[in-house]
Design a protein around this ligand. Structure first.
Ligand code: FE2
Length: 201
């Protein structure tokens, strides 16, 4: 059964950019519910219970039809949030590795241009979803958004940075001002972790 990893910092650690109450509800209610529902879906499929959530999402098309949508939504919700907590930090001014900077420059021309593209993907996602920086199977980077809890893993890409733009992620503090949330959020990015994910096979 899937369980929730401990948050690597206090609920209040990302204040004032993400307030303590939002973090608490997001972690203990939203993320927890995805895990409960993922486990519920798998309860009738013992043969899938040993698989990692990443594996389930990568093989989504081959999953039994009766649980495919539940794994897409709740497995995606679990994987996406697990990554989200890890790629944020209260530590100030972490930096991307030289290799990651080179890959970003090669694909997007500059860090600033990459950030603009990513922010725009986050801002223009209609309704609920995520913005992503992914590594494609070719090794190339890409930026795009997905709807709902759809994971880049479902299309064979590896997410290394993700921004939750569901209203539950920012509404208490920012209300309808998603753009303000996005521009403030960059200060929380844990570039050490993103660089590590980029390097991992
Ligand atoms: Fe969320």
């Amino acid at each position: 059964m899937f369980t929730q990893k401990e948050l690597p910092y206090q609920f209040s650690a990302l204040e004032p950019i993400i307030d303590s109450k939002t973090m608490e509800i997001h972690f203990t209610k939203h993320h927890t519910t995805y895990i409960t529902k993922l486990n519920d879906a798998l309860s009738t499929h013992a043969e899938l219970q040993e698989k990692a959530v990443e594996e389930l999402l990568t093989d989504i098309k081959s999953l039994p039809e009766d649980i495919r949508t539940a794994i897409q939504n709740h497995g995606g919700g679990h994987a996406n949030h697990t990554l989200f907590w890890e790629i944020m930090t209260p530590e100030k001014e972490t930096l991307p590795s030289a290799d990651l900077v080179a890959a970003i420059n090669s694909k997007f021309e500059s860090i600033e241009a990459f950030k603009e593209k990513f922010s725009n993907a986050a801002l223009t996602k209609f309704g609920s979803g995520w913005a992503w920086l992914v590594v494609k199977p070719s090794g190339e980077l890409d930026v795009y958004s997905t709807a709902n809890q759809d994971s880049p893993l479902m299309q064979g890409d590896k997410p290394i940075l993700g921004l939750d733009v569901w209203e539950h992620a920012y509404y208490l503090n920012y209300q309808n001002k998603r753009a303000d949330y996005i521009s403030a959020w960059w200060k929380l990015v844990n570039w050490n972790k993103v660089s590590e994910l980029f390097t991992q096979p």
